[in-house]
Design a protein around this ligand. Structure first.
Ligand code: PLP
Length: 430
């Protein structure tokens, strides 16, 4: 293979990495992660007082990723015992951990409280009672945010990743019950510190319309709490959801502009009421890590159905990238070892899972493919590895972090031994 024809991701030769580590292979660029984090520092953290960025670890989580987030002094959003445990292994500052989730178990809540997690984002009454029980028994206090559903009617993204509508499994509805019993209960509970509210509208959002609408609804509740309970919240977490372009030619979101318009509305609103503007938190996941990742596959079988299509199968698919099957997500791709060749042939890239729905890319234009070629799929940093599965007992690929031309494995490739590692043979018949 002629190196000049190879696709370089940042300064890493993707063909060389594929040959070194095998395929399928997730490659994550630390430089791009840093570029996105520094951008957020420039347009948000260093621009406004009393604001914070949490990394939504559900997008991509590993110990090394938690270490990068810790090093950059961001907070982290975890939604399960597994994400929390990973953050603990990275010795993440507990005070900067926000524990989310719509159905936290007693064990998970206890683990979070024992680790001293700074804030628990309460999603429902069941959790509230468990938290009160645990912290009372330990004679400690716990800071909480109340997760709310703004009840928006129109949110422009895929149905499966909308969370801010009324009919949602997430959060408390803003209604009489919340005002008369839930909030009253929390304010009367010595072991709890009501820090404020949280809402997350949805993911892959490209304008701030929904953010502004949601804020106005939540702001009314902030005003209500102030005038009815003389209680001023100190934190408002407005969620994540900032979209990224997956297809060529789609304009990236101007996050500075979106955040500025939201902050102008927030500052204006709080300047009209007798309380300090609370700390404003955003919790992006995809926007930080999505563009920083690619996946390299090896092309195997190629078959043409006359006058219909040519399938080219890869050595991965829905088990390492579920999003095309689950959401109909579209990606762009290139051939890593034929990067400079004209893209003048249509292919449908089929995953190797035993599932007709395992089609990664449909009718994409690529150079003529040969078995053994390397296919690079772009912008796979978010919700790929974190949603990977062992369907068909496929091995979960390795994750390699690249920086300044250097490469390091940050998640080892699964082995067949890993796959059977938890299997237990049938007991011998006596
Ligand atoms: C509560 C919450 N916060 C943040 C996020 C991150 O979203 P995104 O990766 O789109 O920024 C999600 C994603 O589902 C979420 O549920």
């Amino acid at each position: 293979m002629n190196k000049k024809n190879n696709y370089y991701f940042e300064s890493a030769d993707t063909v060389k990495l594929a040959e070194k580590y095998g395929t399928p292979l997730y490659i994550l660029s630390e430089d791009i992660i840093m570029k996105n984090i520094n951008n957020l520092k420039r347009v948000f953290i260093n621009k406004y007082k009393n604001v914070q960025v949490l990394y939504a670890s559900k997008a991509f989580m590993s110990i090394a990723m938690a270490q990068i987030i810790k090093r950059e002094d961001l907070g982290i959003d975890v939604v399960s015992g597994g994400e929390l445990y990973t953050a603990i292994q990275a010795e993440f500052n507990p005070d900067k951990i926000y524990f989310h989730g719509n159905n936290k178990t007693f064990e998970e809540i206890e683990m979070a409280i024992d680790y001293g997690v700074g804030t628990i984002v309460v999603d429902n009454l069941n959790e509230l009672d468990m938290i009160i029980g645990i912290v009372t028994a330990k004679n400690i206090k716990q800071k909480i945010l109340i997760r709310l559903s703004p009840g928006l009617t129109e949110i422009d993204t895929h149905e499966y990743i909308i969370t801010g509508q009324r009919d949602t499994k997430f959060g408390f509805q803003i209604d009489q019950h919340l005002k008369s019993s839930v909030i009253a209960k929390i304010l009367n509970e010595d072991s709890l510190i009501l820090s404020g509210f949280h809402y997350h509208i949805g993911s892959q959002l490209f304008d701030n319309e929904s953010y502004l609408k949601a804020f106005k609804i939540i702001f009314e509740l902030v005003e209500w709490l102030l005038s009815n309970h003389d209680y001023a919240i100190d934190t408002l977490n407005i969620g994540g959801g900032f979209g990224i372009p997956y297809e060529e030619g789609i304009k990236p979101l101007d996050i500075g502009k979106v955040l500025e318009e939201i902050m102008v509305e927030i500052e204006r609103s709080f300047s009209n009421i007798p309380m300090d503007r609370p700390r404003i938190i955003i919790e992006p996941g995809r926007w930080i890590v999505g563009p920083a990742g690619i996946t390299v596959y090896k092309i195997g079988s190629i078959k043409t159905i006359e006058h219909l299509r040519t399938y080219a199968a890869i050595d991965g698919g829905m088990s390492d990238n579920i999003r095309p099957s689950l959401y109909g997500a579209v990606y762009s791709a290139d051939v890593a070892n034929k990067y400079n060749q004209a893209k003048d042939h249509f292919y449908t890239i089929a995953g190797k899972a035993c599932e007709s729905g395992d089609i990664l890319l449909k009718d994409i234009k690529l150079p003529v493919l040969d078995s053994g070629d390397y296919l690079v799929v772009h912008s796979t940093g978010a919700y790929n590895f974190s949603m990977a599965s062992n369907y068909n007992r496929m091995l979960i690929p390795a994750v390699v972090l690249v920086k300044d031309g250097k490469d390091q494995v940050i998640v080892k490739r699964q082995t067949y031994q890993d796959i059977i590692g938890r299997d237990i043979k049938l007991m011998e018949e006596k």
